[in-house]
Design a protein around this ligand. Sequence first.
Ligand SMILES: Nc1ncnc2c1ncn2[C@@H]1O[C@H](COP(=O)(O)OP(=O)(O)OP(=O)(O)O)[C@@H](O)[C@H]1O
Ligand SMILES: [Mg+2]
Length: 173
Amino acid sequence: MSDHRLSAIQAANQVDFISHSPAQTERVGLRLGELLLPGDLLLLLGTFGVGKTQLVRGVARGLGSDDLVTSPSFVLVNQYRASPRFASLPIYHVDLYRIAETAELATLGLDELWSGEGVCLIEWPEPAAPTLPETYLAIFLQHLSETKRQIRMAPFGKRYVELLNAFKETTFS
Ligand SMILES: Nc1ncnc2c1ncn2[C@@H]1O[C@H](COP(=O)(O)OP(=O)(O)OP(=O)(O)O)[C@@H](O)[C@H]1O
Ligand SMILES: [Mg+2]
């Protein structure tokens, strides 16, 4: 498929909206989290303090987790546990901002996190770009003002087109 055609499909399937508060961003994450399945991979893109961790917090809540969601900046990977309703699946919360070199990336065994029985969310995924699978949900966040953020979700692959369709149904109808 040509790149042009591919981007047309993406544009048609992407979801774009504005969050007016941290709570609203968390709710977006929650709606998404409720729909996740083992093996799902979500990439969170956007600058410092834009709300990536805030959205992950919602995803964990959506999966019924009460675990404390904090920035994994120093440890690189945090792990939370979904509720029994979601088979207690592991939620891997990765932040690659501090990754120093490619060799260190290899030691993280990221591919096991996104091809296993858990769901995987990555903040600052750029260093992992060469090793990422072809299918994932990309979530772009952008500052509009102190409390407003633009959130754009773009699906790469059929699974994520379906995920976003389900998300639109539960969130906007
Ligand atoms: N609409 C909004 N959505 C999300 N966060 C918001 C919003 N408005 C204000 N905020 C504030 O922005 C900050 C977002 O912090 P958060 O840790 O989620 O950012 P981040 O993108 O993970 O940053 P980093 O790259 O440093 O990890 C919080 O202090 C939150 O209260
Ligand atoms: Mg963060």
